[in-house]
Write a protein that binds this ligand. Structure first.
Ligand code: GDP
Ligand code: MG
Length: 601
């Protein structure tokens, strides 16, 4: 294909602003999906299938488009619509998808206006030098305020409000004009035709029948079927068993040339052998310089995952192995906890990633799990100069600590201006530092804060939502680290440390954490045959204490003399409780206590 007729673009939007619906209309208007096969969220349907590992989602759809404008030329253009994962946790992948495009459609709900992910995606698009086409969607809604939000959007990207296209992905109004605008404004890809091939991997998914399917954009040269290729980051070589395009189903071809977007299959079984951001070239006479931007995904948030039923441990290991085939960012290693038994310490890109993985483990693999409170990575420097990277709070070093470093993020919050006070209070409580504030329109603001990641991963979003009646949106990106006054708080039951409850806290919050946890445990742990002290301690210093009083021997005698059914109930209840007890030292702790304490409230 002549690169001059190719247009590579993506749609970026805040969740629910209509990305999938607009993609549907495009599939329909360009005729790649026949009317009778059309159903809502055509590409999303595949999303679910991909989750289950049956088929793969089409990551880049090839749409032929004959312009409807009467400019005399009847050239059919090839539009490649490239999907983006769309969430902040996957920013790196999003930015790789964007790097495969020359332009993007910035889609904004005409009844909602700009939201936090609109901004985050826009900044990524700008970093990748994309041509940006601003579009308001859902103009059919009675609540739409196209004038107001066109002005907002124009103000944001610095164009005239009349340049903001207005469409309804639902009715199809304006979509043909939008495709024409893509053809007119998005530049054709440029690359060197006669150079050794260089193709950028922007997505890589595992399919249980076909192995890994890799999505690429050919930047220079050409990749051909049957050729031997080389992954430039590792030097690994593979044979190209199949290469082709998605329109929208996989359609094999002889090769892909400059500017083209498509898929390839080499028979590898693990996405880590075909990494997002890597460059593919020919094995012989290949390119010597990789395309910029290869980066290993780095886990930011860690949590211990333990099967509720210890005998499920091998199942959990298999499940993690399987998920890793499709998720290069998932890392884990075995871990033992005195309280919870055998499990894994698992690293995630962020909270959403954690939730997705946990849900999949429970839903797709039928596992019941206990997850310990998520924590970030701390870097601890000792006075003797040695350094420790701590991914599990119970492994926080003891001894003479010089300094502790924690990761920080730059958070962007968008909300109606009436909530400024509440938002600032929340951020201040979370050790935030205000970076700046801008009005998007007279009644909506963008507030930027530097916040410790540890403060964001723990129910920050829920708090933000509840303090703004659901109106605020949040986005954040890692920006480095800072030193902080952090300590480890241990919880002791009858003198024994319960590793699963150890937490790293800011010094000013350690006391409150200790008091809260100790009180909670006193409530949740049933009385034992002996008195059990519950303590919170920093090192050897106890900062909070409660006592679970010993059980009275005559507990049954107290049941109104002869009420036998009541006695039996009490006994049954005790038996029930016994089933799910774990021994922590000499204390019996019900499984439920762990779950209750580890889930945030
Ligand atoms: P995505 O999260 O950006 O992919 O958003 P979806 O395409 O899933 O759309 C979110 C919701 O908005 C769905 O209920 C759609 O039916 C609805 N929607 C999308 N576009 C329009 C539109 O143009 N008009 C109206 N009225 N609803 C729309
Ligand atoms: Mg969608």
């Amino acid at each position: 294909t002549d690169p001059a007729v190719i247009r590579n673009f993506c749609i970026i939007a805040h969740i629910d602003h209509g990305k999938s619906t607009l993609a549907d209309r495009m599939l329909q208007i360009t005729g790649v999906v026949e009317q009778r096969q059309m159903r809502a969220q055509y590409l999303d349907r595949m999303d679910i299938e991909r989750e289950r590992g049956i088929t793969i989602k089409s990551q880049a759809v090839r749409l032929p488009w004959a312009s409807t404008e009467g400019d005399g030329s009847d050239t059919t253009h090839i539009l490649n619509m490239i999907d983006t994962p769309g969430h902040v946790d996957f920013t790196y992948e999003v930015s790789r998808s964007l790097a495969a495009c020359e332009g993007c459609i910035l889609l904004v709900d005409a009844a909602q206006g700009i939201e936090a992910q609109t901004l985050a995606n826009l900044y990524l698009a700008m970093e990748n030098d994309l041509t940006i086409i601003p579009v308001l969607n859902k103009i059919d809604l009675p609540a739409a305020q196209p004038e107001k939000f066109a002005a907002e959007l124009a103000g944001l990207i610095g164009c005239d409000p009349s340049d903001v296209l207005r469409v309804s992905a639902k009715t199809g109004e304006g979509v043909a004009e939008l495709l024409d605008k893509v053809v007119r404004e998005v530049p054709a890809p440029v690359g060197v035709k006669d150079a050794p091939a260089r193709a950028m991997i922007f997505d890589s998914v595992y399919d249980s029948y076909r192995g890994v399917v890799t999505y690429v954009k050919v930047v220079d040269g050409q990749l051909n079927k049957r050729e031997r290729i080389r992954m430039m980051s590792t030097g690994a070589q593979h044979e190209l068993l199949e290469i082709g395009t998605n329109s929208p189903e996989m359609t094999p071809a002889d090769g892909l040339s400059v500017g083209e977007v498509g898929y390839l299959i080499t028979g590898v079984k693990d996405v880590r052998q075909s990494k997002v951001g890597d460059t593919i070239t020919q094995y012989t006479k290949g390119a010597t310089e990789a395309l910029g931007g290869y980066k290993d995904p780095k886990p930011m948030v860690f949590s211990g995952l333990y099967p509720l039923d210890g005998s499920d441990y091998p199942l959990l290991r298999d499940a993690l192995d399987k998920l890793q085939l499709n998720d290069a960012a998932l890392v884990y290693e075995p871990e033992t906890s005195a309280a919870l038994g055998f499990g894994f310490r698992v690293g995630f890109l962020g909270l959403l990633h954690l939730e997705v993985i946990r849900e999949r483990l429970e839903r797709e693999f039928g596992l019941d799990l206990i997850a310990t409170a998520p924590n970030v990575i701390y870097r601890v420097t000792m006075e003797d100069g040695t350094e420790h990277e701590v991914t599990n709070p119970s492994e926080f070093p003891t001894g003479k600590i010089d300094s502790v470093h924690e990761p920080v993020v730059r958070a962007t919050i968008l909300a109606p201006s009436e909530f400024i006070g509440a938002i600032m209070e929340l951020c201040q409580n979370r050790r935030g530092a205000l970076l700046g504030m801008d009005y998007l329109s007279e009644d909506r603001v963008e507030i930027r804060y530097t916040l410790p990641l540890a403060e964001v991963v723990f129910d920050f979003f829920d708090q933000l939502k509840s303090k703004t009646r659901g109106y605020a949106s949040l986005d954040y990106e890692p920006t480095g680290e800072q030193t902080a006054d952090l300590v480890k708080v241990d919880i002791l039951l009858h003198g024994d440390k319960v590793d699963a409850f150890s937490a790293i806290c800011h010094k000013d919050k350690a006391y409150a954490y200790g008091v809260r946890l100790v009180a909670k445990l006193r409530e949740l742990i049933p009385r034992q045959a002996f008195e059990v002290p519950v303590q919170a301690a920093i090192g050897a210093r106890v900062i909070a204490r409660e006592t679970i009083r010993a059980i009275r021997k005559d507990v049954l005698a107290k049941c109104y003399g002869g009420d036998i059914s009541r006695k039996r109930k009490l006994l049954e209840k005790q038996k029930e409780g016994k089933k799910r007890m774990k021994m922590v030292g000499s204390v019996e702790v019900p499984q439920e206590a762990f779950i209750a304490v580890l889930s945030s409230d």
